[in-house]
Write a protein that binds this ligand. Structure first.
Ligand SMILES: [Zn+2]
Length: 67
């Protein structure tokens, strides 16, 4: 069940990518790449404290006190 739904998702993404490749101009591709890069950059900053807190909670969960 899960495998087939993942396959369907891959197929639709592949189809969209193939369609986008033939319709997007280089400028649109550059804008898209820049947006994705900005999003990834933002996610790194947003996730860093979350990862820190998760590791912090994990340390306390494991019985290791840090403060
Ligand atoms: Zn702590």
């Amino acid at each position: 069940m899960q495998d087939s739904s993942e396959l369907d998702n891959d197929d639709s993404v592949q189809e969209r990518y193939e369609r986008a490749k033939t319709t997007l101009t280089p400028a649109q591709v550059a804008i898209g790449v820049a947006l994705i890069a900005a999003l990834g950059f933002t996610l790194l900053f947003v996730q860093d404290p979350m990862v820190h807190d998760a590791m912090h909670n994990f340390r306390h969960g494991a019985g290791i006190t840090c403060h």
